[in-house]
Design a protein. Sequence first.
Length: 246
Amino acid sequence: MTEIPPAPEPSSPGFSVRRLLPLAVLVAGLIAFFALGLDRYATLDTLRDNRQALTLWVADHLLLAALAYVAVYIAIVAFSLPAALVTTLTGGFLFGTVLGGLLTVVGATIGATAIFLAAKTALGDVLRAKAGPGLRKLEAGFGKNAFNYMLVLRLVPLFPFFLVNLAPAFLGVSLRTYAAATFIGIIPGTFVYASLGNGLGAVFDAGRDPDLGLFFEPQIIGPVLALAVLAMVPVVYKRFSGASQA
């Protein structure tokens, strides 16, 4: 009986200009942001100095302003620009807590998804193909409860936002899981800062600076931590139920 030769193993993905292009564009955008000195404008002082003109423009062109705001937020998150907090406050100031928070969540989710896809396309498959047993074990553990882990990372700012955008791309997290957990997980923090932005007018009039540490007040961070603990309950349950059946 003739033996059928085994099918050749698929070759590991390699680096190519085409694969690296999306990530290279995002890196170039970050470099250009600082090279052009745009970081000087990403401040509350800029909002304070231009608030009347911005408020009038938003009142006259609400739909266009909302679309422009979402587009700007997508760029900020996708290019990992250090302007997300100021922009979230600006959204609350210009659009109010509810609309400003919603526009921010949409923009941030799309921007985070863009950098996730760019990193996964450029490096994710390559690193996973060359990964050692340690990373493969971490990937397997993360993948079993990816949504819950992602939700906790989004709810509680344990790590920088851009790092949480990138890491799942190297751990085999699916696009659907990543996008859903991001959208849901950033809602509490976003609306806290949008609410703070909604009150910036009175803060500016009083000549004071907003309390940006509001999110970490016990009455705010407490419920958020409770949500994070709740998100981990299924993970703990599966681990202990699996151990008891072993």
